[in-house]
Each structure stands twice: as C-alpha cells, then as structure tokens.
Design a binder for this molecule. Structure first.
Ligand code: AMP
Length: 313
C-alpha cells in the first residue's frame, strides 16, 4: 500500500529549556513522512519557497518518500512557525505563524499521489484538506489532524472535512474545544456521530487514547528522562499510527492492528522528542530494530497478570 500526506512543510524556530534553533526543517507533513516511511511508501504533497534548499529536500526523501508533488513556488517563502516551550515541555506558546506559500496553494496531485490507498490530511487549512480529499477517490483509509487555530477561524470547513474521514487524530484539549464536551471520552463519542469510526486523542507526555464505537485503548507516552524538543511529536505519532495501518490494510483493520498502530506511533514519537526537529528520524541510528525495542518495552510496561483479590465490599 502507499500513503499520501498533505500538510505543512516548514521552517521552524524553536526555544526549549534545552536550547534553541533559529531555522530548522519542520512542518506536520515532514514529521509525518519521516515516521510513516519506516512502515510504508509515502507521497508528500505541499508547496515550498525559494528558501527551501537541496539539503531539506534530501531529508524529505528519506526512505524513498516521493517528493514529485512538493511544489516549488518561485518567488515564494516556505511556511514558517515559531514556538517556545514552557519548562514542563508539555505546553507551548506559538510566537509566529507565516503561511507564506500555503496562502495561495491549490493542490494538484499527480496520479501516483491520487491513487494512494491511504491518505493523511496533516495539519493545514481545512479548505486545502478538503481539496486533497476530493482528488483522492481511491483512498480506503483517510485520517485527519488539525489544531486550535483552525477550530477558531475555519470551523465550517473543518466540520466538513471531519465528515469525510475514517479517523480523527487530535489533542484531547482540541477535541473538547471542537465539540464543547466536558471530557475527552464524551468529545470522542460526539465525533463518532459525525463520520469518523476511529478517534485518537493525543495527550502529550501522558500518551494517547483510542476510541471507537465498541472499543477503548490507551497507552502512556514512552517514559523518557530527557525530552529535548517535543515539536512534531504529534505528527510523528500520526506517521507511525497511519503507517502501521497502511502496512496492514490489505488484511483488514481489526483491534490488534489499531492497538499496534498506537504502539508504533508512541515508539516513533519517543525518538522524535529526544533530538531537535527532524534530526532523530532523519538519522540512520533510528532503525527498525530500535523502534521494535521500544514497542516491546511498551508491551511489557502495560501488561499485568490479574490477581484474585479479596475485596471487602
Ligand atoms: P506538533 O508538535 O506535532 O503539533 O507539530 C508541530 C509542527 O506543526 C511544526 O513543525 C510546525 O511547522 C507545524 N505547524 C505549526 N502551526 C501550524 C499551522 N497553523 N498549520 C500547519 N502546521 C503548523
């Protein structure tokens, strides 16, 4: 199977308690592709500007990702995002967002990208996500991410696109903001009434929850003593999650596939946050064996044998 992803391809400026970077490769689609390419073939869709060089393009091509639909907009500048993390690393302030080449972008997908079996609509304007969704008729599994900004300024389009996907992956706080529901589980149940059959609530360092009509599953984040830069953790998680699903889709989606998808997403995200930006997932140090080791650890951390406990009530 193959996966098409549309979303931001960016330069990020990031400050964390461990240091800062003025301008590093980032973007939701870039982080997603680096993770998903560990599991399946990826086609990237999105515009970049004159400031996007060969070195950045080479990173996007990691593990054979297809960059034919990464459009160079002559005279334009690449999407730019600047953020500062608080000391707990779980919260951040956005200091600047410049859409630049995304402002007038009209995605026209090549046949190869259009024909993909799996589509991931990474975080970008919901209007663009809708345009890409229209073009990918062949997609058998479509997942979507978004963020508070689009809930605030493009709610109508966001609701339209949510109605046209199989899976919504969103931060727990954003799920509550989207639905007005008081808890994450209630928010997920609300979303399940509007199209998607799977909801994943991301909870930063606390992990992620998976909610379907008849199942519930939760995994903590992989326990790390040192987190250097959480930027892209959510997109890397989504890359592992959707990548695993793509690699198994021909055999059908069942409970075990979804739970393994959660584990691979979690393991890949844990490597991402140990280095700045795309550094970890673009390096050859993080290979299949490394990812499998952390998946195995997650399985060990979560399992327990039930004792026959005598309760006093
Ligand atoms: P995450 O940490 O997984 O939420 O994703 C961080 C990435 O999202 C960064 O690399 C940014 O370039 C990108 N990003 C931040 N704000 C936006 C936005 N408004 N639209 C699209 N991508 C964004």
């Amino acid at each position: 199977m193959s996966i098409t992803v549309v979303g931001s391809i960016a330069f990020d400026a990031v400050q964390t308690p461990f240091g800062e970077r003025e301008r590093m490769l980032g973007g939701a689609a870039s982080h997603f592709a680096l993770a998903a390419s560990m599991l399946d073939q990826v086609n990237l869709v999105g515009p970049v500007g004159d400031d996007f060089g060969d070195a950045e393009m080479a990173v996007l091509r990691t593990r054979g990702s297809n960059v034919d639909d990464v459009e160079h907009v002559s005279g334009g500048r690449t999407f730019f995002w600047k953020g500062r993390y608080h000391d707990d690393m779980n919260t951040r302030d956005t200091l600047d967002t410049q859409l630049n080449v995304f402002e007038h972008f009209e995605p026209k997908l090549s046949e190869r990208s259009r024909e993909a079996d799996v589509l991931f609509l990474a975080n970008i304007q919901p209007g663009l996500q809708l345009q890409v969704r229209e073009q990918c008729h062949a997609a058998k599994f479509v997942a979507l991410d978004s963020m508070n900004l689009w809930i605030e300024i493009a709610r109508d389009e966001l609701e339209q696109i949510i109605g046209r996907v199989d899976c919504l992956i969103l931060n727990d706080e954003e799920l509550r903001q989207l639905t007005g529901a008081p808890t994450t589980v209630a928010a997920a149940r609300e979303v399940l009434q509007h199209g998607p059959s799977i909801v994943v609530a991301k909870q930063g360092e606390y992990g992620a929850m998976l909610i379907t009509a008849d199942d519930f599953f939760a995994l903590p984040a992989y326990p790390l003593e040192r987190v250097v830069d959480p930027t892209g953790a959510g997109d890397t998680f989504a890359g592992g999650f959707v990548g695993l699903i793509a690699s198994r889709l021909e055999h059908g989606l069942d409970r075990d596939v979804l739970r393994n998808a959660m584990a691979y997403g979690t393991a890949l995200a844990s490597y991402n946050v140990e280095r700045f930006g795309t550094e970890a997932l673009a390096s050859t140090e993080i290979d299949g064996a490394a990812v499998r080791r952390r998946v195995e650890d997650l399985w060990r951390f979560g399992r327990f044998d039930r004792l026959d406990v005598a309760l006093r009530a």
